[in-house]
Write a protein that binds this ligand. Sequence first.
Ligand code: SF4
Ligand code: SF4
Length: 170
Amino acid sequence: MSTLVTTGVPSAQEIAGVTPPEERRARGPYATIECFQRIPCDPCHHSCRFGAIQEFEDINDIPKMDWSRCTGCGLCVAACPGLAIFVVDETYSETECLIAIPYEFAPLPAKGQEVDLTDRAGIVVAEGVVQRVVAGKKPSGTPVVWVSAPKIMATVVRGFALRKEAGVHG
Ligand code: SF4
Ligand code: SF4
């Protein structure tokens, strides 16, 4: 059973299972699908025009990635109703990575805004900067916010909070 059920956070083993090998991580952006429970849901597969999310035999299947096909476009991030998909680019710069995070709150942050980066449990772990905001396409697309983060946080950061002084909450 996924530790999501008992703790709300996936286990280190589960995270390792959805993280590509080092050599793929060093080649450019990749999607990581943190969806660990069998549920009747498959828009992730249909959203990927590159065939990187393998076809489901059963709608309850847990999605499987083919990282050799993934371009890191982020379309699947917006399409996932479970907010379970992220894109990570560890080649963004010498010191920083770029992470695409689904974001359902309003208002959306602005490009250039500094934010507090959080881990899967919602704990603030670093500071980051919003680099791109992609508004969700109606009817069901989720907005996607791309944030830069310290590179060593590439597998840790999975959310962000807007700073209080900005007058809004994340
Ligand atoms: S990031 Fe783009 S290419 Fe990669 S799995 Fe998602 S939709 Fe497919
Ligand atoms: S769309 Fe999201 S919640 Fe649904 S199966 Fe795919 S990853 Fe899981």
